[in-house]
Design a protein. Structure first.
Length: 194
């Protein structure tokens, strides 16, 4: 049997196993089926690992919530905003008692930019924030994968214009941003596998 035939056979088996789930199955909140969920854990040697499925013996499992704008929110967006948000989702990183963070949040809301907000509240949040953005402080926004470090309205406007976001708000009056959530959450290896 050739290597390519073996690989094709393995791929077919994997695809069949994935399609074995009943249609309409409800996925729990700690599911790893979303491509936006990432876990960090320590292995038996104490080394830090990242992935979408921690092993059963993982220790200090932390769920990193990289989910961008939710499906319910996206369905309310006008076409131009939905297209820009699909190609260049905006995530705002903030912390409590941060006046520049409030200014950045108000700027995005006034411009009509749908965004996900992640708060930096713990040492794990700080570590992941620095790894994801390379920044030392907040506020930071990511536009797709590009971090906009520190709030500069001219720089942020230019970056939003370049990625296709409308210059003025086109969001419906009843539009509400999703509530802010911490960047990381403690999770057990058992809960992470569900």
């Amino acid at each position: 049997m050739s290597v390519s035939t073996l690989l094709a056979s393995v791929l077919i088996v994997v695809m069949q196993a994935q399609s074995a789930a009943p249609p309409g199955a409800v996925v729990g909140p700690m599911s790893t089926t979303s491509p936006h969920v990432l876990f960090r854990w320590n292995d038996f040697k104490g080394q830090i690992n990242y992935g979408d499925r921690p092993p059963p013996d993982a220790q200090n499992v932390i769920r990193i919530d990289l989910m961008t704008i939710g499906e319910n929110t996206q369905s309310l967006l006008p076409y131009l905003v939905r297209r820009a948000a699909g190609n260049f989702p905006v995530m705002l990183f903030t912390s409590k008692n941060c006046p520049p963070c409030t200014t950045a949040r108000e700027f995005l809301n006034k411009r009509g930019i749908p965004f996900a907000e992640r708060t930096i509240e713990s040492a794990d949040d700080s570590m992941e924030f620095k790894r994801l953005t390379g920044a030392e402080g907040v506020p930071v926004a990511t536009l797709g994968t590009k971090p906009l470090i520190a709030f500069d309205p001219d720089e942020w406007n230019n970056a939003l214009d370049a990625t296709g976001y409308p210059a003025t708000s086109q969001l419906p009056r009843n539009f509400k941003q999703e509530p802010a959530r911490p960047l990381t959450q403690k999770a057990s290896a058992v809960a992470a596998k569900q």
